[in-house]
Design a protein around this ligand. Structure first.
Ligand SMILES: [Mn+2]
Length: 330
């Protein structure tokens, strides 16, 4: 029933209601933007809200949290408020394993557990799903909540939602750029979001460390399968050498899709604890989400990822056969 879940969520809002919002590990623009926009909707109904994330956002998203509202999860500070909340909400994901170290607190809480998300294959952990797999972004679902609630969009909320939309549609170029996504963009600009100002925040604040890092990573790109598959390798030593450990590399992997004939791209990033973060991209029907799920991750058909417990070289060796066979498909 279209809209029934949205209404069920709005029914949870009210004076004095305590909410804790979070998003997935390694948060992205859509997750952060959706948290901020939803927090303002909760407050407009008299509720109290805290935003608690497991990982800091990449620096390019700092402008969304100008007031420093996002707290980084610390069991000593946050397990009690999570336990005592009325509602806990995970935005932009429904997989409890992507709550990272906060999963235990979400399991134990007496609060209503809600997931607001647009990824396929929702997990059965939640009391309420507000899930639309066809939505361009979680920001689009939060936008619809404002509409359904009859709550006007402030310029600040419009800017956050616009940033989330821009991030998840790859600046309006992915297949997720639907008519409703573009109509939403128009409404957000009318409500005060400035595309130029948001572009400047998202795209024109690169550090020189990132610029050098991008050059080094792309310069070492390994092109296989007659150009259909591109592999990028990011050793921790490189991140440390360039003091670029906090940088978000999603735009670096997206660059590889500009290579004529490329179909699949994979970026392997060595994490400080020795694990490896895998980011995957594909074009058209080629499904990297299935591949990521086979390694404990997930995402969308054309953009997904996973974190595995083994080192960089072992991870590349493990995934290479699957990547090659996928890239050969079409
Ligand atoms: Mn998203």
């Amino acid at each position: 029933m279209a809209g029934a879940e949205e209404q069920s969520f709005l029914d949870l809002l009210g004076p004095g209601r305590r909410f804790v919002l979070t998003t997935h590990v390694h948060p992205d623009g859509d997750g952060i933007a959706s948290e901020h926009a939803l927090a303002r909707l909760i407050e407009s109904r008299g509720g109290e809200v805290r935003i608690v994330n497991v990982d800091p956002a990449p620096p390019s998203l700092d402008f969304l949290d100008a007031a420093g509202e996002i707290e980084i999860y610390d069991p000593a500070r946050h397990d009690a408020p999570i336990a005592g909340a009325d509602v806990v909400v995970m935005l932009d994901n429904s997989d409890p394993s992507r709550l990272g170290p906060m999963a235990g607190a979400f399991e134990k809480t007496g609060a209503r557990r809600v997931s607001i998300d647009h990824h396929p294959d929702p997990e059965g952990f939640w009391d309420l799903f507000v899930i639309r797999q066809g939505a361009s972004s979680t920001a689009e679902i939060v936008f619809d909540l404002y509409h359904r609630a009859g709550e006007p969009l402030t310029p600040r909320v419009a800017a956050a939602l616009y940033a989330g939309l821009v991030c998840d549609t790859g600046r309006f170029r992915f297949a997720s750029t639907s008519p409703s996504a573009l109509r939403m963009a128009a409404d957000l600009v009318a409500a005060g979001a400035s595309p130029a100002a948001i572009h400047a925040e998202l795209e024109e604040r690169l550090s020189s460390a990132f610029l050098r890092l991008q050059g080094r990573i792309l310069g070492a790109a390994e092109v296989r399968c007659e150009g259909r598959l591109v592999l990028l390798r990011v050793p921790l030593a490189l991140l440390r050498e360039l003091a670029a450990e906090r940088e978000d590399l999603s735009d670096v992997i997206n660059e590889t899709l500009r290579l004529d004939g490329s179909r699949v791209a994979a970026l392997f990033r060595e994490l400080p604890d020795g694990r490896t973060k895998i980011s995957l991209r594909s074009k058209g029907p080629l499904d990297v989400n299935r591949l990521a799920r086979g390694h404990g991750g997930g995402g969308h058909r054309n953009a997904s990822g996973a974190v595995v417990e083994i080192g960089l070289d072992a991870t590349i060796a493990r995934l290479l056969p699957e990547l090659e066979s996928l890239a050969a498909q079409g």
